[in-house]
Structure formats: structure tokens, C-alpha cells
Design a protein around this ligand. Structure first.
Ligand SMILES: [Zn+2]
Ligand SMILES: [Zn+2]
Length: 381
């Protein structure tokens, strides 16, 4: 029943791949999606959270409802696949497979619009700007779940670490919260030969790096998990000058809001303490980007049950330390984030790599999973 949809959908996926658009600029992509949803007879809403598109499909009399989400944006990477349908836009590339996500959700809309084997409302959410810009947050802020109420919301992401045919999810945390920080240490600057007159921002930065690395080891319980990585130090320009300013930057990943609070608090205290000890001043810019993606236990169970009807379903043993702005939808609505395996027998290319491409062999499985989630939650009778 779904197989006849695949050939045109693969062509559609490759067209989106050839015309990638960065976050909040998905005008062509959103336009093509809206056009297709309208042709299916769905109620279509555009411009939600920037370039977001929502398609609403109702059947029967039930007030039950479900939301299914796909992200639409590309990454600022120069594609190096040499595929016939490679990106025509220099420096923009579907390196996270969101082209595949769009095609799978559109396929589910096509199938459900004609089969109508459900009773209730299916909301198809095509969101902008997943890659760092928080398109899901913007849609939620604009009242997504008030305008299109959902008892459950599910998001599917292709997963190169799992073999094609495998579907995995887990109750509780599945993706990490991602924060970034920059600490500027400011002294006065002066002659390197007269250290007694010049506070040393370089030495303060060295101490800061060591102290910050003690936070996870000494302040967080061994049974919890977190990452603090320092990824940049900038300061100094020549051999005989003590610089006036040095900056230290990095990222923090956590799964638990309390652990996140402890880390930010400790980081601020250490920056202040180190600055005081070295007679410099510290300015801390700590930005909480995406929260942790936390699956509702019941919704994760439902997702696994739906997955079992279409593929090889498994409980993911541990969460990933990467992050995902579907987290904002899960803060507003019970639901689950699901990994769709896409590795070929010969291996796989990781997400965000310039040689990556979505595996069209799993497109049908992704459609079947979306359909199973909708038909299961909105079962007739
Ligand atoms: Zn990505
Ligand atoms: Zn992605």
C-alpha cells in the first residue's frame, strides 16, 4: 500500500536535497510541502514559527489527536558527496537528513489521507531551524499546541549508528541539553619582563581551565552524567607582552535540570574565584541553548509498540550527548523522540559529515512508523 508512494517521494527527497535551505530560510521547501499537503485536501497553515508549516487531517468523530514532526533545515556545510542530486547551493547541505524526514512525513500524510484508517486528528508539523536556532521553540511560543492540540507528539530522526530496519527509543532522557559559555578574563596588559606590575590573564586562564575540569569530577554524583569541554582559548599576540584579555569558551551537556544548575553555578563561582586570586576581572556569558530531550515513559512505550509492528524495535540502552530542539515540543506535550536506523551493510557516514546522505532504503519504514503511530493512537472503535 505504501510502496507505490516511494518512487515519487525519493525524487521529491532528492529535489529537496539539491535545494537545501538554512534555518528560518526554508521558503522553497515549506512552499513545496504546503502545496503537496493542499493537493491531499489537508487544512494547511503556513508561517508558524517563521517558515513552519502545519497540515491538519481529520477523520471520523473522535476528539483524539496526535502530532508528527519533521524538521526542514539544512546545515552550513559544503557538500562533498558528488551525488547527481548534490546541493546546488554552495555552503548549504542536508547533512543531517532532514530532507529524508520531510519526505517520510509527507509520505505518511499521503497514505493517511487516502486510507483514513483512523478516528481523530493527525497534525503534521514541518518545523524550521532545528540546527541550533530553535525553530521548534518558536513554533511552541506561537501557540502550536493551543492551536493544534495533541495528546501525543512524536519526532523521528534518522540514525547512522543503528542498522537500517532498526528503530530505537527509550523512556526518559534521549538527547542532552546543550549550553555554551565564554569567560573573558581582563587584566591591564603590560611588559612580560615586569610581572610584578601586571596581572597575568594567561596564568588565570590556565588555572581556570584546570578548575573548570574539576566540576564534573567533584561536584556531580558519579551516578549522574555530564560533559564540560573547553574548546577555545584566545589571548596574547607576541612574546614579550602580557595580554590584557584572555577568553576561555566551551560547551556543557547534561540530562538533568538540577545537574545543569549545579554546573552553571559552579562555573560562575570558579570564574569569580580565579579572577579574584589573579587580580583580574571575569565576565561570564553562559547561554542555555537546547534543554534535554526527555521522552514521556508512556509515549516511549507506545512508540516501541508501534515500531514493533513495522520493524526491529529496541530500547536504546543510553541517551546521546548531542542535542535536539524537539526537546521544546516535549516540554509542551507528552511524546517521544525516536531513532530510525539507516546504516547500510557496508557501514555509514555520520551526521553532519560532508559525505553524508540520507538512506532512501529506510524511507518506506519511516512512513510506516509514522502511520503506525497515528493509527495506533487514533484506533477506530
Ligand atoms: Zn543535525
Ligand atoms: Zn538533525
Amino acid at each position: 500500500m505504501i510502496d507505490d508512494l516511494l518512487e515519487p517521494l525519493i525524487a521529491f527527497r532528492r529535489d529537496i536535497h539539491a535545494h537545501p535551505e538554512l534555518g528560518f530560510c526554508e521558503h522553497r521547501t515549506a512552499g513545496r510541502i504546503a502545496e503537496q499537503l493542499r493537493a491531499l485536501g489537508l487544512e494547511v497553515h503556513e508561517g508558524i514559527g517563521g517558515t513552519g508549516v502545519v497540515g491538519v487531517l481529520k477523520n471520523g468523530t473522535s476528539t483524539r489527536s496526535i502530532g508528527l514532526r519533521a524538521d526542514m533545515d539544512a546545515l552550513p556545510i559544503h557538500e562533498q558527496t558528488n551525488l547527481p542530486y548534490a546541493s546546488k547551493t554552495h555552503g548549504s547541505f542536508h547533512g543531517c537528513g532532514h530532507d529524508g524526514h520531510v519526505a517520510m512525513l509527507l509520505g505518511a500524510a499521503q497514505h493517511l489521507a487516502r486510507s483514513r484508517n483512523f478516528d481523530g486528528t493527525v497534525n503534521f508539523f514541518f518545523q524550521p531551524a532545528e540546527e541550533g536556532l530553535g525553530g521548534a521553540r518558536e513554533m511552541v511560543k506561537e501557540g502550536l499546541f493551543e492551536r493544534f492540540p495533541c495528546e501525543r507528539v512524536f519526532g523521528l530522526h534518522n540514525w547512522p549508528d543503528l542498522p537500517a530496519g532498526t528503530i530505537a527509543t527509550r523512556p526518559g532522557p534521549i538527547m542532552a541539553a546543550a549550553d555554551r559559555f565564554e569567560i573573558s578574563l581582563e587584566g591591564r596588559g603590560g611588559h612580560a619582563a615586569i610581572p610584578q606590575d601586571t596581572p597575568d590573564a594567561i596564568l588565570a586562564a590556565a588555572s581556570l581551565v584546570t578548575q573548570l575540569n574539576s566540576i564534573v569530577a567533584r561536584r556531580i554524583a558519579p551516578t549522574a552524567s555530564a560533559v564540560l569541554s573547553i574548546t577555545q582559548i584566545h589571548g596574547g599576540h607576541t612574546h614579550n607582552v602580557i595580554p590584557a584579555e584572555v577568553s576561555v569558551s566551551g560547551t556543557v551537556r547534561t540530562f538533568d535540570a538540577a545537574v545543569r544548575d549545579v554546573i552553571e553555578d559552579a562555573l560562575r563561582k570558579i570564574a569569580a574565584g580565579v579572577a579574584m586570586a589573579h587580580d583580574v576581572t571575569a565576565h561570564v556569558d553562559y547561554q542555555r541553548c537546547y534543554p534535554a530531550t526527555i521522552n514521556d515513559a508512556q509515549a516511549a512505550q507506545e512508540a516501541l509498540e508501534a515500531a514493533r509492528t513495522v520493524g526491529n524495535a529496541q530500547i536504546a540502552p543510553e541517551p546521546a550527548f548531542t542535542s535536539e530542539d524537539f526537546a521544546f515540543m516535549l516540554q509542551a506535550c507528552q511524546g517521544a523522540y525516536i531513532w530510525l536506523g539507516q546504516a547500510k551493510a557496508e557501514g555509514s557516514v555520520p551526521l553532519h559529515n560532508p559525505h553524508y546522505d540520507f538512506n532512501d532504503d529506510v524511507l518506506g519504514l519511516g512512513i510506516r512508523l509514522h502511520v503506525a503511530l497515528a493509527e495506533r493512537h487514533l484506533a477506530k472503535g
